[in-house]
Design a protein around this ligand. Structure first.
Ligand code: GLN
Length: 485
């Protein structure tokens, strides 16, 4: 078995057993990036020297007898996480020349655990998008069909892991940006409970929704990497001070008697027939393992997309005000005066989708409209969260499609923002409620990967990982890699 076919857990074990060194492993993945990323465009920045330096440091720690669970494994970071001394572009021309002067907490924690960073992955501009087509650095291609999108906004991380250019990667999920691309690229991904992973140094899109998480081949790998990232951080005021459990401790537990809720609103009109068939087969696998399927209702599901497209733009319009060419970001040449500097810096630095969101958000927050839009959206958000609360009084986990269809063609939705927004219809409610969600590969429809979404109660990540892992022990979907990679 080639090194890139192994899971993160296997690679970490091999390093500890001294079957290979981190430097060798890191070179292997750097070579794969050099060979394949011309096609995929999944990285914005590759950092070979730095990676090899980190790998040698990890090798020295292993040689000295250290045995950390992540020591010496290479990964990639979404280019939304600040990395000290390395460009952090957030997929935007605005930050094309921004070299972060500090590390995000996620990066700092993983560095300390001895993880090697291969580079920074491509993404939709400021994480706004569902196809990776809004990136200043050009679209990412889906390794299962390079004429198709990988999903977004963390499309680079998803494509890189799917094509085995990195064994795992970080991502962020504000409305589905981990789960949707993971599903479209046929890999596993988890967005933990809001507040579980620090947002410090993670460039803000919509602060009350943004949450960092993981892409990997398996649920076990998701748990392994999440364990290294999660935890309280006093530098993020919404970070939750609660102990991080060992996500792998109960991963093998039996799921006999598990109550799985199937929200009828998610298995309804609009769901692709091939996707539905694939998911029903996956649910049968759960039944054969002794789980019980229960139909439930999340009655306010229909409100989630409209509510999100008030809340997220409102918060982004505020967060992105710092990109003004003075405090942060691209600065226009030869300004006439201060107003001209602001106007042209922002006009030149931001792409069309980001401008659209800033305009919607500024409108929704303005005097006279605030109550009608933003406040109303916040009230509806409570109803959406209450739906989940009621559901978890009845069932242990919820299962649903991750996306209503499979990967679409590049360009197919780029002129139609509403149809693009609807591709997140199955993921957004989870962010509005703040509960954890994950996706696992569950088969194919018309030759393209289909993701099964698992939704848990607050801080129930360990259970999601356990339920996902049990499925992966009896199925092989997560082991399949796209041809040619
Ligand atoms: N696709 C959604 C959007 O465009 C979600 C993005 C995300 O989760 N960052 O806003």
């Amino acid at each position: 078995m080639s090194l890139h076919e192994k899971t993160l857990a296997e690679l970490a074990a091999g390093l500890r057993a001294r079957e290979y060194r981190s430097e060798e492993l890191t070179r292997h993945f750097l070579d794969r990036i050099a060979a394949h990323d011309g096609t995929l465009n999944s990285f914005i920045t590759v950092t070979p020297e730095r990676a090899l330096e980190q790998a040698r440091a990890a090798d020295a720690r292993i040689a000295a007898g250290e045995t950390g669970p992540l020591l010496g494994v290479p990964i990639a970071h979404k280019d939304i996480f600040c990395t000290n001394g390395v460009r952090t572009s957030c997929g935007s021309k605005m930050l094309d020349k921004f070299v972060a002067p500090y590390d995000a907490t996620v990066v700092e924690k993983l560095d300390a655990a001895g993880v090697v960073t291969l580079g920074k992955t491509n993404m939709d501009e400021f994480a706004m998008g569902s196809s990776n087509e809004t990136s200043f650095y050009g679209p990412v291609r889906n390794p299962w069909d390079t004429e198709r999108v990988p999903g977004g906004s963390s499309g680079g991380s998803a494509a890189a892991v799917a094509a085995r250019l990195a064994p795992a990667a970080t991502g962020t999920d504000t409305g589905g940006s981990i789960r949707q691309p993971a599903a479209l690229c046929g890999i596993s991904g988890i967005k933990p409970t809001y507040g579980r992973v620090s947002r410090y140094g993670m460039i803000a899109f919509a602060s009350s929704l943004d949450q960092g998480g993981v892409f990997a081949q398996t649920a076990e790998d998701c748990g392994l990497l999440l364990g290294g990232m999660a935890g309280f951080d006093r530098r993020d005021s919404t970070s939750v001070d609660r102990e991080v459990p060992d996500y792998l401790a109960g991963i093998n537990e039996d799921i006999k008697g598990l109550k799985i809720g199937l929200p009828k609103e998610y298995f309804a009109e609009g769901l692709d027939a091939g996707v539905e068939r694939t998911l029903r087969d996956a649910l049968k696998v759960y039944e054969s393992m002794g789980a019980e399927l229960v139909e439930i209702s999340l009655p306010n599901s229909g409100l989630s997309v409209p509510v999100y497209y008030v809340v997220a733009p409102a918060e982004c319009s505020s967060n992105l005000s710092r990109m003004d060419g003075v405090r942060f970001g691209h600065r226009a040449a030869d300004p006439r005066d201060l107003t001209d500097l602001y106007e042209r810096s922002r006009g030149e630095g931001f792409g069309a989708e980001v401008k659209r969101r800033i305009m919607i958000g500024t409108y929704a927050l303005s005097a006279g409209y605030y109550d009608a839009y933003y406040l109303k959206a916040q009230q509806l958000r409570r109803l959406i969260a209450d739906d989940f609360k009621r559901a978890f009084e009845q069932v242990d986990v919820i299962m649903a499609p991750t996306t209503p269809g499979t990967a679409f063609k590049l360009g197919e939705k780029s002129d139609d923002p509403v149809s693009m927004y609807l591709s997140d219809i199955d993921t957004i409610a989870v962010n509005l409620a703040g509960v954890p969600g994950m996706t696992i590969p569950a088969g194919f429809a018309d030759g393209l990967p289909v993701g099964l979404q698992l939704i848990g109660n607050y801080f129930d990540e360990a259970r999601l990982l356990n339920v996902a892992h049990r499925y992966q022990q009896v199925t092989d979907w997560h082991k399949l890699a796209p041809a040619g990679f």
